[in-house]
Design a protein around this ligand. Structure first.
Ligand code: AMP
Ligand code: ZN
Length: 112
């Protein structure tokens, strides 16, 4: 069995609050939400980080999935942020590529 936390979520071995799923991607609520809306979009295929990603269509689909969900949940018009942390300095803690989507409050810039 994979040691990857998000592969375990995809396999259904760890429960999560799913928002959206299709053959290629899964979206679920972040367990430590940093905003009123905070969900993650991940590919079902294991890719460790942006540094090892080469599937442009799949990586693009993560963003379009986030925007579709933001529209469905009615916070797209007021605005939101999508961010992908990469490696240690980027703050990545789970090495299965994922897009954060945060909304529902004003977000400061730059991030700390
Ligand atoms: P990152 O720091 O960019 O690697 O983000 C990893 C994110 O995964 C963090 O925001 C965590 O709160 C989130 N996370 C970790 N474990 C779980 C889980 N079991 N279910 C949902 N989100 C999780
Ligand atoms: Zn994985």
């Amino acid at each position: 069995m994979s040691d990857c936390l998000f592969c375990k979520i995809i396999a259904g071995d760890i429960p999560t609050e799913k928002i959206y799923e299709d053959a290629e991607v899964l979206a679920f609520h972040d367990i430590r939400a940093q905003a009123p809306h905070h969900f993650l979009v991940i590919p079902k295929k294991h890719i460790a980080s942006l540094n090892t990603a080469d599937d442009a269509i799949l990586i693009g689909k993560l963003s379009l999935t986030a925007s579709k969900i933001a529209k469905d949940l009615c916070f797209a018009d007021e605005g939101y942020r999508v961010v992908m942390n990469c490696n240690a300095n980027g703050g990545q803690t789970v090495y299965h590529i994922h897009l954060h989507c945060l909304g529902g409050r004003a977000l400061s810039w730059p991030p700390g």
